[in-house]
Design a protein around this ligand. Structure first.
Ligand SMILES: Cc1ncc(C[n+]2csc(CCOP(=O)(O)OP(=O)(O)O)c2C)c(N)n1
Length: 695
């Protein structure tokens, strides 16, 4: 079935190389070195092994290919174009240009065939681990003897930089522990990076390092030797119990006058060097974007092969569907990301039982209720499950001998946990959640950012969300984390105040099919909010709502709060009610609230009401957005301290007393201003039904 014609192999490899350097040259920007060096290994994999259908990039049982070294994107685009994906030559000519499908680094969702957004080194490797977990998990759940309906490999290509990044070590360790036999890593070991030789900073013996983590190590093989690379991949595929790494010794910038020099890593070769490279590679020196017909025809063979592969699988699926009709339906729905009908009912009684409860505990309850309805909700914590309340009760932990387990022990590896969760979501068929303390969300910032950029449904359970965690002190007390998560576009951040809002937050997170959600939860119990007298927690779905108001009509003062500060804000409101008409607004999610229609936002925060106080146990920065320039914020703009929580709230002035004091002050200022203002015409007063001037 495959070509064993060495000449044709070389022709195709060189065609890929020349096309890749043409992309970079045309853009006058990009990375020619890695594509030139990696081309033989990538070609060997794609030509001999990768099961994919260029005409249906979403075929669910395709092998996954992740280019972790995303800077080598020109090679991936050349491969996608020449193997028949819907990526035209014009798109290649527009490499790195506005509106093209060929951005500087691969972006999932933009380019057909790109499985993951890569470029931040190390991420793609850990994504691939997540994909392999998803495959193994789905196979364990859905395959039956003679019915291997979920059955594909995950391949990832990494560079030196990918393996220098710590996340690759974290993820590799887990992959080894879990025995991900269908994960195969091709390591482009060229020993060169931007600053020069890796000799200066990378003494690791990669073979031994991976061996020590239960990986099967193949090679080193000569990066120009297709047969040797193919043999190594064959051997890797034959190892069912361990993931495999194939070490490919390559030459960065192969064929160019800059071969083995850092200079060819990230800058166009220049017209002269491009011509010389093509000459060396046996291609017409001056023809740009030219592919010899024989090479093009050979690479396009992927279309026919892919169609046949998929058709064969479809036949298997049809048979599977006859024998296991319900499972077939469920599998396909799951892979489409559909939640089972009526899943929301798991969370009935969203207003909670009115008892004080830590929102992390409420979250654990919500998760477990949801997990009963959604049996492909899977996840875990970075060794904090008992604290994060992330364990699904009565379910196994994922392991090489328990691949159906829905709980995952990530160990203390927040970074890999985030990136693996992305891989799970990218693969599909599961809905991942992961947990740690909010302050350690910083360890996983890059994967969170990539989840948001890629529109992945990943749910973050971040507990211990403020100084309220108490004695553990400032290292563990998040101050700037809430603000910094809110700064990530596309990440929905929700900080619920009680059990009711927590249930709504979980529901919202699951319903958000195309984006991640961070749930920000307390360690300490939050006082009960008597929802019989207050607005329903259901309204938290809108991000912000009027919880309570002392009087009718337009309020004099608005107190805003999220999470554990909502109850103190309410207490402050009740204290001030004797002097003014006070409104208390629960604002668990800026993102959700900002997405509401203007008239709803106006109904909650009337523009005319300028006396506003926000209370939140985190950086005050950003709350100006809601309290305006005339308002005040009770926040924390320094690091915390080690002491009992109650004392900390007192010392940091983020409780009811401070909210009431700030509110009273604003009311006084307002009264003074009003007394000093000239009387407006009487008819305007009457029309407003209120005293004119500020609210
Ligand atoms: C996390 C991260 N840090 C830095 C960079 C910038 N960068 C791009 S490639 C690269 C290193 C290149 O070395 P290597 O991985 O060996 O790739 P090669 O030189 O073989 O192309 C760096 C530092 C990045 N993309 N991601």
């Amino acid at each position: 079935m495959f070509s064993v014609n060495a000449k044709l192999d070389q022709l195709a490899i060189n065609a890929l190389r020349c096309l890749a350097i043409d992309l970079v040259q045309a853009a006058n920007s990009g990375h020619p070195g890695a594509p030139l060096g990696m081309a033989p290994a990538a070609y060997t994999l794609w030509d001999r092994f990768l099961r994919h259908n260029p005409r249906d990039p979403h075929w669910v049982n395709r092998d996954r290919f992740v280019l972790s070294a995303g800077h080598a994107s020109a090679l991936l685009y050349a491969l996608l174009h020449l193997t028949g994906y819907d990526l035209s030559l014009d798109e290649l000519r527009n490499f790195r240009q506005w509106g093209s499908k060929t951005p500087g680094h691969p972006e999932r969702g933009l380019t057909p065939g790109v499985e993951a957004t890569t470029g931040p080194l190390g991420q793609g490797f850990a994504n691939a681990v997540g994909m392999a977990v998803a495959e193994k998990w789905l196979a364990a759940r859905f395959n039956h003897p003679g019915h291997d309906i979920v059955d594909h490999f995950t391949y990832v290509m990494v560079s030196d930089g990918d393996l220098e990044e710590g996340v690759s070590y974290e993820a590799a360790s887990l992959a080894g522990r879990w025995g991900l036999g269908k994960l195969i890593c091709l390591y482009d070991c060229n020993g060169i990076q931007i600053e020069g030789s890796t000799h200066t900073n990378f003494p690791d013996d990669i073979g031994r390092r991976f061996q020590s983590m239960n990986w099967d190590v193949h090679g080193p093989v000569d990066g120009e030797n297709v047969a040797a690379i193919a043999d190594a991949i064959v051997a890797a595929r034959g190892v069912a119990e361990h993931p495999s790494i194939v070490i490919v010794k390559s030459s960065i910038g192969y064929g160019s006058p800059l071969a083995d020099c850092p200079a060819c890593h990230g800058a166009p070769l220049g017209a002269e060097n491009v011509a010389k490279t093509k000459e060396k590679l046996g291609q017409p020196a001056t023809a740009a974007f030219f592919t010899p017909e024989e090479a093009a025809a050979h690479l396009r063979g992927a279309v026919e092969r892919g169609a046949k592969e998929q058709a064969r699988w479809q036949t298997r699926l049809d048979y599977y569907g006859k024998v296991f009709p319900d499972m077939a339906k469920r599998l396909l729905a799951q892979l489409r990301g559909e939640l089972p009908a009526g899943w929301e009912a798991a969370l009935s009684g969203g207003d909670g039982d009115g008892k004080p409860v830590a929102t992390r505990v409420a979250s654990g309850r919500a998760l477990n209720a949801l997990a009963k309805k959604i049996d492909f909700l899977i996840g875990g914590s970075a060794d904090l499950a008992p604290s994060n309340n992330t364990e699904i009760k009565n379910e196994d932990f994922f392991a090489d001998d328990k691949p159906w387990g829905r709980n995952i022990h990530f160990g203390v590896r927040e970074h890999a946990m985030g990136a693996i969760a992305n891989g799970l979501a990218l693969h599909g068929g599961v809905v991942p959640y992961v947990g740690t303390f909010l302050t350690f969300a910083d360890y996983m910032r890059e994967p969170i950012r990539l989840a948001a950029m890629s529109g992945l449904r990943v749910i973050y359970v971040f507990t211990h969300d403020s100084i309220g965690l108490g004695e553990d002190g400032p290292t563990h007390q998040p101050i700037e984390q809430l603000l910094s998560l809110r700064a990530i576009p596309g990440l929905c951040v929700i900080r619920p105040a009680d059990a009711g809002e927590t249930a709504v937050a979980w529901r919202t997170a699951l319903a958000r099919e195309n984006g991640p959600t961070a749930l920000i939860l307390t360690r300490q119990a939050t006082p009960a909010l008597d929802r019989r007298k207050l607005a329903s927690a259901e309204q938290a779905a809108r991000g912000g709502y009027v919880l309570w108001q002392s009087g009718e009509g337009r309020p004099d003062l608005i107190l805003l709060a999220s999470g554990s500060e909502l109850a103190p804000a309410l207490a402050a409101g009740e204290r001030l009610a004797a002097e003014a008409n006070v409104r208390v607004v629960s604002l668990p999610s800026w993102d959700l609230f900002d997405a509401q229609p203007a008239d709803y936002r106006e109904s909650v925060l009337p523009e005319a009401v300028r006396a506003r106080v926000a209370v939140e146990a985190g950086r005050s920065l950003g709350w100006e957005r809601y309290v305006g320039l005339d308002g005040a914020v009770a926040g924390i703009d320094r690091f915390g301290a080690s002491a009992p929580a109650a004392r900390l709230f007192e010392e940091f002035h983020v409780g009811a007393a401070q909210a009431a004091a700030l509110g009273a002050d604003l009311l006084k200022r307002r009264a003074r201003k009003r007394a000093a203002a000239p009387r407006p015409p009487a008819q305007l007063d009457a029309a407003a039904g209120k005293p004119a001037g500020e609210g």
